[in-house]
Design a protein around this ligand. Structure first.
Ligand SMILES: NC(=O)c1ccc[n+]([C@@H]2O[C@H](COP(=O)([O-])OP(=O)(O)OC[C@H]3O[C@@H](n4cnc5c(N)ncnc54)[C@H](OP(=O)(O)O)[C@@H]3O)[C@@H](O)[C@H]2O)c1
Length: 214
């Protein structure tokens, strides 16, 4: 069966994967870009944006694994946008412009479903009010033989980890202390016992942890 993968999921030393106070101008809230600077520097991120340049090296080697073999993504509503509650309009199409970098169906978990959005380049956003198991079934059907990526944010990744639905988790522990925000690890005591865990620290100071189902 296809695997469920999380990639490039950036977490501060104190366990936060998003800052507090998300707005249109600050997708990561008070964290600014500090959680993802390591990723922004990579060639993989530049390529994702259709730009030349970026650093090679170990951060890039790990970052670039995010897309291969992926046939669908599942994300939370707060990764998709800063709105809360019922949609006041349906103009918002995500942070990524007309041609988002996913190029697959993307299932956006929300208690406020709205019509699907077909974007350029193969990305189609579907808005789904469902349990992790139910949305995963839909994503697997859409992905065919390919894997499903859980794209975040922390509330969403945590749910899939709690239900033991994740086969591969790549966490990038960034040497910053955020102090507040949305935690990844809450409620996941003993998580490491379900996985083979490996780590490597890169010269930039980011520790990459992979949790792989044995
Ligand atoms: N560190 C990283 O690598 C990384 C990666 C991706 C995103 N992020 C950041 O993470 C933040 C967003 O994360 P988050 O934890 O706040 O939120 P999130 O996981 O993106 O979304 C949570 C929201 O999704 C909806 N939802 C989640 N599960 C659902 C379910 N089973 N059924 C129905 N609706 C469901 C609910 O919204 P409604 O009730 O409002 O519909 C819920 O409040 C952003 O700041 C983003 O930039 C960080």
């Amino acid at each position: 069966m296809s695997r469920v993968r999380v990639h490039n999921f950036s977490v501060s030393l104190d366990g936060f994967a998003a800052g507090e106070g998300q707005t249109l101008e600050a997708p990561f809230g008070h964290a600014g870009t500090r959680l993802v600077e390591w990723f922004f520097r990579t060639r993989a991120f530049h390529e994702m944006q259709g730009r030349a340049g970026g650093d090679g090296g170990v951060d890039d080697a790990l970052a670039s694994a995010w897309g291969a073999g992926i046939g669908a993504e599942i994300m939370g509503r707060n990764k998709f946008g800063p709105q809360r509650g019922p949609w006041t309009d349906e103009e918002w199409k995500g942070w990524w412009g007309e041609n988002p970098p996913f190029h697959t169906p993307v299932f956006v978990l929300t208690h406020h479903p709205r019509p699907s959005l077909e974007m350029e380049g193969g990305t189609v956003f579907h808005f789904v009010d469902a349990s992790p198991q139910e949305v995963l079934k839909q994503a697997r059907e859409a992905a065919g033989d390919l894997d499903v990526r859980i794209g975040g944010g922390p509330t969403t990744v945590r749910q899939f980890l709690a239900e033991d639905l994740v086969d591969h988790l790549h966490v990038a522990v960034v040497p910053i202390v955020l102090g507040r925000g949305e935690r990844l690890w809450d409620g996941l005591e003993g998580l490491e016992q379900r996985f083979r865990v490996e780590s490597v620290t890169t010269p930039g100071g980011t520790t990459h942890l992979t949790f792989t189902r044995p």
